[in-house]
Design a protein around this ligand. Structure first.
Ligand SMILES: Nc1ncnc2c1ncn2[C@@H]1O[C@H](COP(=O)(O)OP(=O)(O)OP(=O)(O)O)[C@@H](O)[C@H]1O
Ligand SMILES: [Mg+2]
Length: 266
């Protein structure tokens, strides 16, 4: 059986573009004929809104799947979005207690991973849009992922978190390797770093890029994603820009970055 592809986009820093990257990557996969599941793992429900599904339409969040031990089934408890090939386990504020659930019950990491890997057997790609913060919920997302990608802006407080996420991925990988049957589970790997909201032709961006490359080398995925109004507009319209603004500079850059992401995952 092939390994499920479970991809999470992470940074403990908030507002760095994680949701924009997650949703547009999921839309890119769906547009290219891959059956794709987007898991909104953030009670803000931003990716649920951005794909046009609507927070108010969410009947079951991951919280319900975990607390009721539900098995994922397309069209039964996993909803299809209006975007062809794109399915969602959405989020809204009812997910807010999940941090408590995950921190209180030790086996929740395993149960979340089992749920996500089950999803990985019925979808070609599973994408997890993670919340900000160094939280149990994000430990769970790393635990469940086959590939972790860090999303960062060029600001130092965003770049500073890369080392923490890298350390966490290594620690979790080591714990899994020690405790699990290696044949059964794939160890999570930090597979790339995506620089986004880049303000082009500025010294700040050049310095950030040089600094990132010096420390993280080939983990940096090029090109950087620019800061553009198209991104903000597409969010307010609730249509991923990969679908609504296919010929814009940002969509073209995203396409290159996402092809590299898929290359690294395969
Ligand atoms: N490339 C971009 N150009 C311009 N604006 C962007 C870009 N990417 C994201 N944004 C905007 O920046 C804000 C934060 O982006 P986003 O919600 O993707 O970040 P996040 O890391 O998911 O935030 P949070 O930590 O709150 O979940 C949003 O208003 C979004 O529309
Ligand atoms: Mg977000």
């Amino acid at each position: 059986m092939s390994t499920p592809k479970v991809i999470s986009f992470l940074n403990y820093k908030g507002g760095v573009g994680k949701t924009n990257v997650s949703v547009n990557f999921a839309a890119h996969c769906a547009q290219n004929g891959k059956s794709t599941l987007l898991i909104d793992w953030d009670p803000q429900g931003d990716s649920t809104e951005y794909v046009g599904y609507g927070r108010e339409n969410v009947e079951l969040t991951v919280f319900d799947f975990l607390s009721e031990n539900l098995h994922p089934e397309k069209g039964v408890n996993i909803a299809e979005t209006e975007i062809k090939n794109l399915w969602i386990i959405g989020a809204n504020s009812s997910l807010k207690n999940v941090e408590h659930l995950v921190s209180r019950e030790e086996d929740t990491f395993e149960r979340f991973r089992d749920l996500v890997h089950e999803c990985g057997r019925i979808f070609d790609v599973v994408v997890i849009d993670c919340p900000p913060a160094n939280s149990h919920v994000n430990i769970a997302s790393i635990f469940a992922s086959t590939n972790v990608f860090i999303v960062t802006t060029s600001s130092s407080d965003s770049i500073d978190k890369i080392g923490l996420v890298d350390q966490m991925v290594n620690d979790i990988s080591a714990v899994i390797a020690d405790n699990m049957d290696r044949d059964e589970y794939h160890l999570p790997t930090l597979s790339g770093i995506i620089l986004t909201m880049a303000v082009e032709n500025t010294v700040g961006l050049d310095v950030a890029q040089e600094h990132l490359k010096a420390i993280w080398g080939n983990l940096i995925i090029e090109p950087a994603i620019p800061r553009t109004v198209a991104a903000a507009y597409s969010v307010s319209e609730n249509i991923p820009l990969m679908l609504s603004r296919q010929n814009t500079k940002i969509a073209i850059r995203y396409r290159k970055v996402f092809e590299e992401v898929l290359h690294r995952v395969n």
